[in-house]
Design a binder for this molecule. Structure first.
Ligand code: PMP
Length: 405
């Protein structure tokens, strides 16, 4: 199988019990657990290196600045960006998308323009666009889904035109696991010179992301979903866009010179990083990227794909259990419902057996409306999950079915 016991041992929390049962953690799409490498890196920073960066003349400040900028270089190579100036550290995907939505709209969005998103987006790739469209009197247009839970690319092509100013779609759906053809999407959009933002929150834990190969204009992801710390995220943006876009937040760090008459702004990427950054956690994020790179996406994908197929097959055999969506390409997420049991009840009973899943709308209420369900039960996998854990989930669901039937 390739999954080694030592790998699980690198994640201290996996050894704990929940409700007197060994923890079976299947809520990885919400957040992954952290390996010792990440926890130790953060701790080492506070024990040995802590200092504010970019402005101190002293030893520790220089050390912390160097470490922070080295982390930027590591993330640049992690997603194959062209330059460190294209890597903006944020608090997460949500902040990265808000940054682009507000800054881009301020410069480029006018009355009557259109922004295109899809029906499978997470709220954080819906609401910021809704807000800026309202503010600038622009229109939000929605790419519909096919019956199997994929983007309808014919409809997508038809809705683009002179009015379309930007397209924002997810790489991988957090609720369905659908992997979208992002390279094809940027190809279609760029024929009309329309920029594309990709929400990569659910992609970077599972697959190699090469922003230059995808040729997206913006790519957003969160550290905490890829074995890194909470409160970290990345916005990748092509320099040609970031240079033209106005600052999102303002204050220290992002300025070149300030007087009461006028302020000039710092160069990229600092123009978009106002205030003291989250240095410790950015170093933790770098450690997470190194952890993934050393493990290798090939190993990650082969393990997680096998796990997904195994679990899907077993779940499909359970009486009155319906799998939601059957996209051709799916990554590490299974959504399902019992026809006659509320998802929340299923989740609570699984928790009693030590199994952590997520239930509800998964911050994708428009998608739930489209599916005609109040919510789903979502099991999502990471590199440390095992076939035995999939069996524990399946057996627990069979028990719940028997109890509540
Ligand atoms: N987009 C998708 C597809 C997600 O799954 C999530 C997190 N659930 C987000 C955006 C938001 O990420 P964060 O909460 O880390 O900002």
């Amino acid at each position: 199988m390739g999954l080694k016991e030592e790998l699980r041992k690198s994640f201290p929390i996996l050894g704990r019990k929940v409700n007197n049962r060994p923890l079976v953690y299947l809520d990885n799409a919400a957040t992954t657990q952290k390996p010792a490498e990440v926890i130790d890196r953060i701790s080492r920073y506070y024990r040995e290196e802590n200092s504010n960066i970019h402005r101190g003349a002293h030893f520790l400040s220089n050390m912390a600045t160097e470490a922070y900028e080295k982390a930027r270089n590591s993330i640049q190579s992690f997603i194959n960006a062209g330059s460190p100036a294209e890597i903006i550290f944020t608090r997460g995907t949500t902040e990265s998308i808000n940054l682009v939505a507000h800054s881009f709209a301020e410069k480029y969005l006018k009355k009557g323009d259109e922004v295109v998103i899809s029906e499978m987006e997470h709220h954080s790739n819906i609401v910021p666009w809704q807000i800026v469209c309202e503010r600038h009197k622009a229109r939000l247009r929605i790419i519909p889904l096919t019956a199997s839970g994929e983007l309808d690319l014919d409809e997508f092509g038809n809705m683009l035109g002179k009015k379309t100013k930007i397209i924002a779609v997810t790489h991988v759906s957090n609720a369905l696991g659908t992997v979208n053809p992002v390279r094809e999407i940027t190809g279609i959009a760029h024929k009309l010179d329309i920029p594309v933002l990709i929400d990569g929150a659910q992609a970077t834990p599972h697959m190699k992301v090469d922003v230059r190969e995808i040729d997206c204009d913006f790519y957003c992801f969160s550290g905490h979903k890829m074995y890194g710390p909470m409160g970290t995220g990345v916005l990748y943006g092509k320099e040609e866009w970031l240079r033209e876009m106005p600052p999102y937040q303002s204050g220290g760090e992002m300025i070149k010179e300030v007087s009461f008459e006028k302020t000039t702004f710092n160069e990229l990427p600092f123009k978009f990083e106002a205030g003291t950054p989250n240095v410790a956690d950015v170093l933790g994020l770098e450690a997470a990227a190194t952890f993934i790179t050393e493990l290798g996406y090939k190993e990650i994908a082969s393990h997680e794909d096998a796990l997904l197929e195994y679990a899907k097959e077993k779940l499909a055999g359970i009486d009155k259990l319906r799998l939601i969506a059957s996209p051709r390409e799916q990554s590490s997420v299974i959504s399902f419902i019992f026809e006659d049991i509320h998802p929340y009840d299923t989740g609570i009973l699984l928790d009693k057996m030590g199994i952590a899943v997520r239930t509800g709308h998964h911050c994708a209420q428009p998608l739930m409306d489209h599916l005609g369900v109040p919510g789903t039960v979502r099991a999502s996998f990471a590199i440390y999950n095992t076939m035995e854990e999939a069996d524990i989930l399946v057996n627990a669901l069979i028990k719940i079915r028997e109890m509540l039937a």
